[in-house]
Design a protein around this ligand. Structure first.
Ligand code: FUC
Length: 780
């Protein structure tokens, strides 16, 4: 009876963070509790933030300081002493943070049910990942009650339906509550409106909920709507603010017209039509990828499935892993769609007025990790919100670059908000990270590498990448120790001393310079810039050094401590998500030494990153061990990742890591099943994406690839590496015609045509397609 991609529970949620179930459409999010006597639906709208313009003391990122002279002073001290304590750097370069703000909860919807059964039977609360619908069901006597909720992207609304299998059995009172004293509630014609202005920054917010009934009666109260004896009832909720991603005011039109139009349009349609439109929209993204790990879903609730998980060989364990993979994709679709801000530290879900780390955009790993699965797992559309956000950051980031550094380009530091906070604060161990701007452009270049979309590269990615590169052209410093170009002051997040040329800094600068040079060449633009970047790359310290105990050094000086278990493993950026280190090289061996020394612990996102690292080291079993560590000790009952507390990056990082175990595409090669763990002997995946605009399906049996299908979106050379290529195999196109690639060990190369389908089949493991017959197309 159990669908393999449904989270379900046999009781209502008692706790927001660990038990309630998330739905969302990018801009709107809601958490469903499923209470019988009182249903709570806590909801959010992504732009409702305190802080920024209008908030007292907002410095738009403290751009009036520090001055370039202050940076020069720190550089000089580092040149002289080799290092500087974070507290001393923060005292010189930091500024108290004010008006940064925090992501806010919008409010709660409550459905109070009169005469609710004290002992309902058959209670079930679920979230179907295939449908993106949350449901609650129970029976009492001979009546079965059902509730269904979803967040529609095309409709811009959250929709709920309360029904029973007998007529006249639906009665409830719908009301709202809000943590913001500035909101006022009014009711007319079954529509409840909450409207107000945040005292902190003057941001206007408005939510409307329309109740539509079938049968029975609907009565307006002053602050609630009561439904009595209906056959069924639907509510439609929308919410918005006057936030706009427009520097420097960050305000746009009043939300009233938009919210009214969305609620009017949705409430004029039937529940089933709204749901059908939602499922078409969602399914068009979600259904692109299917993963079969040999899971068999036992008939136990998801919290018990997780509690019983061992990371061993059972089909139940595979069920949780496959569910977790799909959940990452579900959460990304639900928290990041075009037309709103990108997924923050909690996606779009937050119930606290002072959430952990403000539920902001941390850019020393977290925001980037959120988007790792976007391209690989065929959800590139979710990154449109990200692109837009990064583009909007460039204007304030240019001002920060000019005023703080006296340089070209643009910059952002350790964390940011929706109001262009691109400067610094003064928390010594996590404030200085100008490398972030370069790092956040990596996803944009990657979108080009995955899609081959040159117009996107020219119009969207390249200008942002170029600005991030220019910043470093102006800010690299000649290291008096060896004459190379280094970042100084440089800090490996979030530990150790400041120094010159920490490995991560150098690797990120290498990445942005290399990427923007490639992009300028591809677009055939900016020859002076190309010359400048080429010259800088020739002198750049690449940030890759093997140290005294065989480790990859975290700093330019060999300061690494073997016993250091810090959650950040920043110096392995070059392995993942960077491009410099490839498996099988001495640098990769050193990365393995460092990773082994760091151990398998860490916060949720740290474990998730380690899945990706081990996958890139082609060690499937260790990657799987990290996945199981994350599932066993960093995953909540609702399968949210926990730092602790809840932080969504680990969900996305784990989904990305699982994809990296199955498919990698770096340096022009599509590597199929690069890190298949022994725990996944037999399975298949369809619809993963590889750089070079190729969609890949693969099935495997007993640990060996059986069949690989490639669908290139562009004509050109395709290079496929797979273990099955070393054995007896054949390659055909969709007409059955033989393709004759050239082979080098386990790698095939041929000129692929856009729109065709190429299949590589192992003759060792596959059932023969022409039983009894000789395969005329065998390629060896
Ligand atoms: C980084 C991490 C913390 C946390 C925060 C949101 O600073 O070091 O662990 O994840 O982001």
């Amino acid at each position: 009876m159990s669908d393999d991609l449904t989270l379900w529970y046999d009781r209502p949620a008692a706790d927001w963070e660990t038990q309630a179930l998330p739905i969302g459409n990018g801009a709107l999010g809601a958490m469903v509790f499923g209470g019988v006597a009182s249903e709570r639906i806590q909801f959010n709208e992504k732009s409702l933030w305190t802080g920024g313009p209008g908030s007292s003391g907002y410095g738009s990122g403290d751009r009036t300081g520090p001055r370039p002279e202050a940076i020069a002073e720190v550089r000089a001290r580092i040149d002289r002493d080799g290092r500087m304590a974070p507290s001393a750097v923060a005292a010189t370069l930091g500024r108290p943070r004010s008006g940064f703000g925090a992501y806010q909860p919008f409010g709660d919807l409550w459905l109070d049910v009169p005469d609710a059964p004290a002992g309902p039977t058959g209670y079930r609360r679920e979230l179907s990942l295939r449908e993106a619908v949350a449901r609650v069901g129970y029976s009492s006597g001979d009546v079965t009650y059902s509730r269904e909720y979803f967040a529609s992207h095309p409709g811009g609304v959250i929709v709920g339906r309360i029904s029973a299998d007998r007529p006249g059995k639906v009665s409830f009172t719908l009301r709202t509550s809000s943590p913001h004293p500035d909101g006022r509630v009014s009711v007319a014609d079954g529509r409840l409106t909450v409207r107000g202005t945040l005292a902190d920054n003057g941001m206007t917010f408005e939510a409307q909920v329309q109740v539509v009934t079938r049968g029975g009666s609907r009565t307006d109260g002053t602050d609630r709507v009561t439904v009595t004896g209906a056959d069924s009832a639907m509510f439609v909720l929308s919410a918005g603010t006057d936030y706009a991603d427009a520097y420097p005011s960050y305000r746009g039109p009043d939300p009233h017209a938009r919210v009214t139009a969305a609620v009017d349009a949705a409430s004029a349609r039937s529940f089933s039509r709204l749901r059908a439109a939602h499922r078409r929209d969602y399914g068009q993204l979600f259904d692109r990828v299917r993963l079969d790990l040999g899971q068999r879903v036992p008939a136990v609730p998801t919290d018990r499935l997780r509690a019983a998980y061992t990371g061993g060989a059972s089909a139940d364990d595979r069920a949780l892993e496959a569910l977790f993979f799909a959940y990452g994709r579900y959460l990304l679709i639900s928290s990041s769609r075009e037309g709103s801000l990108p997924a923050n530290l909690q996606g779009v879900w937050n119930d606290s007025t002072s959430p952990p780390w403000s539920a902001d955009y941390h850019v020393n790993i977290n925001l980037q990790m959120n988007y790792w699965p976007a391209e690989q797992t065929n959800l590139a559309e979710t990154a449109v919100a990200y692109d837009r956000y990064i583009q909007a950051m460039v204007a304030p980031g240019r001002k920060t670059a000019q005023e703080m550094f006296g340089s070209r380009g643009w910059v952002v530091h350790n964390e940011t908000n929706p109001f262009g906070f691109t400067g610094v604060h003064d928390w010594a161990s996590a404030f200085w990270f100008p490398e972030a701007a370069a790092w956040v452009t990596q996803q944009m270049y990657d979108h080009y590498l995955f899609s081959g979309d040159t117009a996107y590269l020219r119009d969207t990615a390249y200008p942002v990448m170029k600005g991030a590169a220019e910043f470093w052209l102006d800010n690299l410093h000649v290291d008096p120790r060896d004459g190379t170009l280094v970042v100084s002051p440089s800090y490996s997040p979030e530990q150790g001393d400041f120094s010159a040329g920490a490995s991560m800094s150098q690797q990120i600068v290498f990445d942005v310079l290399t990427g923007s040079l490639e992009a300028a060449r591809t677009l055939d633009v900016d020859s002076a810039f190309q010359t400048e970047v080429t010259a800088a790359l020739a002198r750049l310290d690449r940030g890759i050094r093997v140290g005294s105990w065989g480790q990859l050094q975290e700093w330019k000086s060999d300061w690494d401590d073997r016993g250091n278990p810090h959650r950040h493993v920043s110096h392995l950026f070059a392995l993942h998500p960077g491009r410099q280190i490839v498996a099988g090289t001495p640098e990769a061996a050193a990365a393995r030494v460092s990773l082994t020394a760091r151990g398998d612990g860490g916060t949720g996102w740290s474990k998730a990153w380690k899945i990706n690292f081990w996958a890139r080291l082609l060690d499937g079993d260790h990657a799987h061990r990290m996945l199981s560590e994350q599932l066993r000790s960093s995953t909540l009952d609702n399968l949210w990742d926990t730092h602790p507390p809840f932080q969504i990056d680990g969900n996305f990082g784990a989904t990305s890591g699982m994809a990296e175990m199955l498919l990698q595409s770096r340096h022009g090669t599509v590597h199929v099943l690069p890190a298949l763990p022994s725990a996944w002997p037999t399975g298949s995946v369809t619809g993963l994406r590889a750089r070079g605009d190729v969609t890949v399906d693969v099935s495997w049996r007993n640990g060996s690839g059986e069949r690989i299908t490639l669908r290139p979106g562009r004509t050109g050379t395709v290079k496929v590496r797979a273990a099955l290529v070393s054995g007896d195999h054949r390659v055909r196109d969709e007409t059955g015609a033989a393709v004759s690639p050239s082979r080098d060990g386990d790698t095939l190369t041929w000129n692929a045509q856009a729109g065709r389908t190429y299949t590589i089949v192992s003759k060792d493991t596959a059932a023969p397609e022409h039983p009894g017959g000789q395969d005329p197309h065998g390629c060896r």
